[in-house]
Design a binder for this molecule. Structure first.
Ligand SMILES: Cc1ncc(COP(=O)(O)O)c(C=O)c1O
Length: 359
């Protein structure tokens, strides 16, 4: 077996110790006599897994008690519709900030439920910047303010929490949750798909402040009603049990790494190395303004796009996989989430420098 360095944007590389533990426990979890996949979600063994999952997640992000944590299905994409369905609370408008492909999608889906006020947009810069907070137009009659803290496709990340002007702040953290410290108490709601920094695809975490619960529109299906799921510990119906277990293993791995603060330092160092390799070269270019470059998703284009294919072929021959950029942006993208070891980033930098020398 030879495992490669996998730079996929998601589903993405998982920590190897997690995969090994899952393999070891495949036939029997602890002393249960059965695989996690075979357990009743209401049985005594799975209850332990579910309780540890929530308490580890709360501890890692220091989630205050007045917030519920939900583990849902439907991906972050479902949340684009579920957020307005659940937390408009009778209001007709919501503010959104447009900073890339994912916030654009969130806006387009929310428009089915409310009037969207685009408070700020970086479309003119082709999504390579974040509009200065002071320029944002915030409507005080809006139900909430939504932004995407890391734009996975455009490689743009917020390094600070924006001013909310008293509106409940809602953030899509699908591609940077648990990669950096985060003051949950500043938010009304945080959501994220798990398939980047938290585990395999199939679970979506929602952290929601208590006062935002209970006002869902009547048309909201019960399994997508936050208050109902909160009352039922996210088990109104059968949850994705094995995925919960795997997310739980990733959280335990992260705790062993020293938690979010420690992994953030490693993420800063990894990203700095890669951006340095790009900025020093005359072949590679990253178009994002320095202050909002993502630590998680690093897009770069080659000076001559005829070299894209040879670059990808040679990268794979060197054990570096999934570097092709998103089709809407082109070029390359290296996703370097928590599970990407520093050695993987160094191997990529070495390869890029060698490729430039020989091309
Ligand atoms: C920032 C962001 N939001 C939302 C999504 C959509 O997630 P899903 O495919 O789980 O619905 C993605 C997927 O890559 C993403 O990166």
């Amino acid at each position: 077996m030879s495992r490669v360095y996998n730079f996929s944007a998601g589903p993405s590389a998982l920590p190897e110790p997690v995969l090994r533990q899952a393999r070891e426990e495949m036939l029997e979890w602890r002393d249960s006599g059965m695989s996690v996949m075979e357990m009743s979600h209401r049985g005594k063994y799975f209850s332990i897994i579910a309780e540890e999952l929530e308490s580890d997640f709360r501890a890692l992000l220091n989630i205050p008690e007045n917030y519920k944590v939900l583990f849902m299905q439907g991906g972050a994409s479902a949340q684009f519709s579920l957020i307005p369905q659940n937390i408009l609370q009778g209001k007709t408008r919501a503010c959104y900030v447009k900073t890339g492909a994912w916030s654009e999608k969130a806006i387009s889906d929310a428009q089915n439920y409310c009037d969207v006020v685009v408070s700020a947009s970086s479309e003119e810069s082709k999504f390579t910047t974040i509009p200065d907070f002071s320029s944002w137009v915030l409507d005080d009659q809006a139900a909430y303010l939504h932004y995407t803290s890391n734009e996975t496709i455009h490689g743009v990340e917020f390094s600070e929490i924006p001013n909310d002007n008293g509106l409940p702040l809602v953030s899509d953290m699908s591609s940077n949750i648990l990669s950096r410290q985060c003051d949950v108490s500043r938010y009304g709601l945080i959501y994220a798909g798990t398939q980047k920094n938290m585990g395999p695809a199939g679970v979506t975490v929602v952290i929601v402040r208590d006062d935002l619960l209970g006002g869902a529109s009547k048309a909201t299906p019960p399994v997508f009603n936050y208050a109902e799921q909160a009352k039922n510990n996210s088990m109104l119906n059968t949850p994705a049990t094995y995925n919960w277990y795997l997310v739980g293993l990733v959280l335990k791995w992260l705790k062993k790494q020293g938690g979010v603060g420690a992994i953030e330092q490693r993420n800063i160092a990894k990203a700095a190395k890669l951006y340095q390799a790009i900025d020093q070269s005359s072949l590679y270019h990253n178009p994002v303004e320095l202050a909002c470059r993502s630590r998680m998703n690093v897009p770069f284009i080659l000076a001559d796009d005829a070299l894209d294919k040879p670059f990808l072929v040679a990268a794979e021959a060197n054990g570096l996989f999934e570097l092709k950029g998103h089709r809407s942006v082109g070029g390359m993208r290296a996703s370097i989430y928590n599970a990407m070891p520093e050695a993987g980033v160094l191997a990529l930098c070495d390869f890029m420098s060698e490729f430039e020398r020989t091309h």
